[in-house]
Design a protein around this ligand. Structure first.
Ligand code: 5GP
Ligand code: MG
Length: 186
């Protein structure tokens, strides 16, 4: 982390694997503030509806929304795609979207875009509700893993193509409570 010798980087055990500290809470907070600043500027007067993708984005969303300085609303959906540390490639909606999206300027709030498969699925599902516009705000983005074509409008931090936990993101349900982000030790 940030040029420290490997022996000094804190390691946590999550379930049955070791993860080493890769993004500290200060860097997280400043990336969240920066994203919120851009959104507050771009959506001035538009009453955006933030659509938070559960479970992973809950912590990012809670921090982001408190830094948004314009009138806005919040709603939630839930997708399922991962088990363990590998993408299953299948996406399902587990918590419904509804008509409140019609005519609204929707901002999808995600924890991480990896291959981009889940987000593509959600973008397609959203069309049925006729939003006025849809943009994506993801806290983390893995450009080397992304295999899709669509634009990602707001990115907090770009990261290498490695499996991470913390700040809402889990490994088999564990590690969401960590305030910093940790990378799987190979
Ligand atoms: P995608 O469909 O873009 O490949 O993956 C999207 C979802 O997979 C994310 O919303 C997140 O839940 C999960 N995911 C992708 N990469 C990681 C990772 O490095 N760590 C964790 N914990 N989840 C990830
Ligand atoms: Mg997610």
């Amino acid at each position: 982390m940030d040029g420290k010798p490997a022996s000094e980087v804190p390691v946590v055990r999550v379930k049955d694997k070791d993860f080493s500290l890769s993004i500290g809470r200060k860097k997280i907070a400043s990336a969240v503030r920066e994203t919120a600043r851009s959104l507050s500027h771009d959506y001035e007067g538009m009453n955006p509806l933030f659509l938070v993708v559960l479970n992973g984005a809950f912590m990012f969303a809670a921090d982001l929304i408190r830094e948004i300085k314009i009138p806005c609303e919040l709603t939630f959906t839930k997708l399922s795609s991962y088990s363990g540390t590998d993408s299953s490639g299948k996406v399902r909606i587990l918590l419904g979207l509804n008509e409140e999206l019609q005519g609204r300027h929707v901002v999808i709030v995600e924890d991480i875009v990896d291959t981009g498969l889940s987000m593509e699925f959600l973008l397609e599902e959203l069309q049925a509700f006729h939003p006025a516009s849809v943009r994506i705000a993801t806290f983390l983005f893995k450009p080397d893993a992304f295999i899709k074509e669509y634009q990602i409008d707001y990115v907090g931090i770009e990261i290498p193509n490695e499996f991470i936990v913390g700040y809402g993101l889990d490994y088999d349900g564990y590690g969401r409570n960590l305030s910093d982000i940790y990378t799987l030790v190979p």
